[in-house]
Design a protein around this ligand. Structure first.
Ligand code: FMN
Length: 203
C-alpha cells in the first residue's frame, strides 16, 4: 500500500483475536506492520471475538485493556499510537492523552455530538468559541439544501444529527420531527422550524 499510494497509510486494529490475550501478539503485529512503513496505529483496546457474537456485541463484550495500548506507545515511541474504545468524556480523553498520541471516539460523540464543542479549545489550543445548537442546525439545513439540490434526500444528512439536542428538554420531540418520513418532500428549513417549535412546546 505504501508503494501504491502517496497518502499516509494508517492501520486500525484490535489488541487480539478470540482468547489470544498476550501483549506479545499485538506487539509483534504492530512491529511487523511498522516495518512495512506504517507509522499510525489506531488501537481499539479490546480483543475481537470472531465466533458467536454480533459486531455490536463485539464493541461491548470483550473487556477493554487500555494498558496494552500504553505499553505499545512505550515500546514504539516513534509511532503515532491512538487509543480507541469505550471513551465517553472529555476528562477521560485528557487522561489518556498523558500516555498516548491521540484518542479516537466512535459512539459517544455520534449520540452526543455536543461533547465535541470544546475539543478545539481544550485539545488543539484554539480560542474558545461559544456555540449554539440553533446555529449549528441552521448550518446543517444549509448543507441539506445543497444535498437536495444535488438530487439526494436531506434525510441522508439529518439522520446523523439526531443527537444534537440530546439531554435537553424537548429533544425527543425534535428528533421525532426530523425522523418523520411524511415530511421527506418538505424543505429542510421548514422541517427545522417545525422541529424546534415542537421541542419548545414540550420543553
Ligand atoms: C455503527 C458502527 C459502525 C462501525 N463501523 C466500523 C468500521 O467500518 N470500521 C472500523 O474500523 N470500525 C467501525 N466501528 C467501530 C468504531 O470505529 C470504534 O472502534 C468502536 O465503536 C469503539 O469505539 P467507541 O467505544 O468510542 O464507540 C463502527 C462502530 C459503530 C457503532
Amino acid at each position: 500500500m505504501r508503494v501504491a499510494v502517496g497518502l499516509p497509510v494508517t492501520v486500525k486494529h484490535r489488541i487480539g483475536i478470540d482468547k489470544t490475550e498476550s501483549y506479545t501478539f499485538v506487539r509483534d503485529f504492530v512491529g511487523t506492520v511498522a516495518e512495512a512503513g506504517c507509522e499510525v496505529f489506531v488501537v481499539h483496546a479490546r480483543n475481537a471475538w470472531l465466533k458467536g457474537i454480533s459486531p455490536k456485541e463485539n464493541r461491548e463484550l470483550p473487556p477493554l485493556r487500555y494498558e496494552l495500548v500504553r505499553q505499545l506507545k512505550r515500546e514504539f515511541p516513534a509511532l503515532t499510537i491512538v487509543l480507541n474504545g469505550g471513551v465517553k468524556t472529555n476528562d477521560q480523553i485528557a487522561e489518556q492523552l498523558d500516555d498516548v498520541d491521540g484518542v479516537m471516539l466512535g459512539r459517544e460523540p455520534y449520540y452526543h455530538p455536543w461533547l465535541m464543542t470544546d475539543w478545539d479549545a481544550r485539545f488543539f489550543g484554539e480560542s474558545p468559541v461559544e456555540r449554539d445548537r440553533d446555529e449549528i442546525e441552521a448550518q446543517m439545513v444549509a448543507y441539506m439544501q445543497r444535498v437536495v439540490a444535488g438530487g439526494e434526500p436531506w434525510s441522508h444528512v439529518s439522520r446523523h444529527m439526531l443527537g444534537l439536542r440530546n439531554g435537553l428538554p424537548g429533544a425527543r420531540r425534535w428528533r421525532q420531527v426530523w425522523s418523520d418520513h411524511r415530511l421527506k418532500q418538505v424543505d429542510p428549513a421548514e422541517v427545522s422550524r417545525l422541529a424546534r417549535e415542537s421541542a419548545e412546546a414540550f420543553a
